[in-house]
Design a protein around this ligand. Structure first.
Ligand code: NI
Length: 221
């Protein structure tokens, strides 16, 4: 099995795993993160196969897909990787990335875990965070909020910055609050040069969007 065949088999596996996922975390999210990761990786010293495999598999391990179970996803990824002709080092590295990637998990990451960050993790994490902001980020956020049955906006409910891991997991606040609780914080959490530059542009777009949103809410625009 060559490199292309390994990636093709991974794409098939991920598409199957995410077949029932809602629109913010479906195959097309993975597709965009995969493309972005390859784009960002061009200026970084990384193993491209590790970046691509981790980008493709990063959400299969997400507990959102497994009824909140934090262990099941990483195990599925592990079982799948064992079916591929890969070195043990590559398998372990990909597993480490997919279990460290999420924003919610980063809220409870210990300083020791942070020390073990690799260049490949930095690239995939930036790609995943970029897909949470900008025009696509706005679309995904409202889609996910709608999926959970949350309101668009409630002027009386103020955003809560600095939520704990548990609070974040069960959040049912209006979708606009999510911009302040997560999306607008991401530009300062980027790891790579390319990631920072793209995040800056997407961040400005969201600020502009919010300005217009409030004007329209009050019938002023
Ligand atoms: Ni993701």
């Amino acid at each position: 099995m060559n490199r292309d065949e390994i990636l093709a088999k991974t794409v098939t596996f991920v598409k199957e795993e995410l077949a029932a996922a809602e629109g913010a975390h479906d195959w097309w999210h993975i597709y965009r993160v995969w493309k972005l990761a390859k784009h960002i990786a061009k200026d970084e010293h990384v193993d491209m196969l590790i970046v691509e495999l981790a980008a493709l598999l990063h959400d299969v391990a997400d507990s959102k897909l497994h009824g909140g179970d934090e262990e099941l996803g990483p195990m599925k990824v592990q079982d799948f990787l064992c079916t591929l002709p890969l070195d043990k080092g590559i398998v372990e590295h990909v597993e480490q990335i997919v279990s460290n990637i999420s924003f919610r998990l980063s809220l409870k990451t210990s300083p020791k875990e942070k020390m073990s960050r690799s260049a490949e993790l930095n690239v995939v994490q930036d790609a995943d965070r970029l897909d949470a902001i900008g025009a696509i980020g706005i679309a995904r956020t409202f889609n996910f909020g709608g999926h959970k049955g949350n309101a668009l906006y409630d002027p009386a409910l103020k955003p809560r910055v600095g939520m704990s891991f548990e609070e974040y997991k069960t959040d049912s606040a209006p979708t606009i609050n999510h911009f302040y609780e997560k999306l607008l914080l991401l530009k300062d959490r980027m790891n790579t040069k390319t990631g920072k530059r793209l995040a800056e542009q997407r961040h400005k777009f969201m600020e502009h969007y919010l300005e217009q949103f409030y004007k329209e809410w009050e019938g002023e625009a």
